[in-house]
Write a protein that binds this ligand. Sequence first.
Ligand SMILES: *Cc1c(COP(=O)(O)O)cnc(C)c1O
Ligand SMILES: [Zn+2]
Length: 452
Amino acid sequence: MTSPTFTARFRCAEGCDFQAPLTEVVYRCGRCGGLLEVDHDLDALRRRSPEEWKALFESRFRTGPWPLGSGVWGKKEWVYPELATENVVSMYEGGSPLLRLDRYAAQIGLEDVWLKECGVTHTGSFKDLGMTVLVSAVKEMRARGKKIRAVACASTGDTSAALAAYCAAAGIPSVVLLPRGKVSTAQLVQPIANGALVLELDTDFDGCMKVVQELSLTPDIYLANSMNSLRIEGQKTLSIELVQQLGWKAPDWIVIPGGNLGNASAVGKGFALMKALGLVDRLPRLVVAQAENANPLYRALTAAGRAPGPEVEVAPVRASRTLASAIQIGAPVSARRALRALAAMDGLVEQASEQELSDAAARADRAGAFACPHTGVALAALEKLAARGTIRRGDRVVVISTAHGLKFSEFKVGYHEGTLTGVAGNLANRSVRVAPTLGGVEDAIAARFGRG
Ligand SMILES: *Cc1c(COP(=O)(O)O)cnc(C)c1O
Ligand SMILES: [Zn+2]
């Protein structure tokens, strides 16, 4: 079914006429220095009807021949059409669950709330979706004789884990730069286990990012950060996938946590493409949720006092420590991309305090979820917008869960044991120590649930 007529290339996202093939090592526009985006030949894609695309994607979903059962590569024509199949490096990413959270929704005055569990995947975060495309592109470049010594990234943890795993699968060396002491144990041990060169720097994420950008000027070190627009192509499939899971109907709202703002941009790009090709007839409204301690986008829009648009200047801030460590970012590299997505999707930006994100995660957990702190930020934003009446009772909302809660067990344990500084365990559930006897257990049951 794959047809050689579909093509894509890099183009300047700021609108210059700069273009480059996807096999070139290039991250920024050669004319204006702006970020790039992958541009698809829409006329070619339009030669298939919306119904044909839907049927094709459904026929491959989680079952297609390798690697088409991957949630990303099942949509290869929309991602990287010309990539040779033998160069695809896949860990069967995507195809993640879309859960309905009825009990949680009822508690916050809503009726139709869904959780897109992008963390239920090989390395436990949505970063797999983009990394499969980037590492596949590197494999293709190397196969064509381009010298790439290693692939490098700066990371708040999850990007490193994904880069290390995909590079290990492909046999490509990887280098990860992490802010020392600011990533979870699980996030640190993943790239170590996968054989990456793991460098711990005494700085924050923004400090690591600065070094890695300088490093990427070395021609044979390839940069894997999300300024690299190949990752956006993989991540955008999460929006196509969730619409597919809802029977090809767009929800009313998407709520997503934002740090470097690549993922919010990717959601915008996925919806724009679906709309352009007629798979949806309207766009959902987009909510980007930031931690109050790392809120450059929220601050910029509040100061501007206007609706989001690329004209808004996002001044860098010094990000303070937040439990949502993967979004502790003060100078988001994809701010302008995200502002364009917000403008197209009638979007808004909300923020959450440490207490709010912790309680929101715990509230969702009590209804069966296991939310990471970043998902907690998105849930807290949802709760505020529902309380304010901006999101109405019957609205259909999809919250993007960005990582598996198990990657952040320190956060969970700390909340329930009451050891997080500045955060009260309002919904804490303590374990109970009892005598190893039937009586001891019965007393504990009675104390919690009453006598039978
Ligand atoms: C990377 C990451 C984010 C933020 O995504 P951006 O694209 O940087 O905005 C949120 N949550 C988790 C768990 C992440 O790993
Ligand atoms: Zn340009």
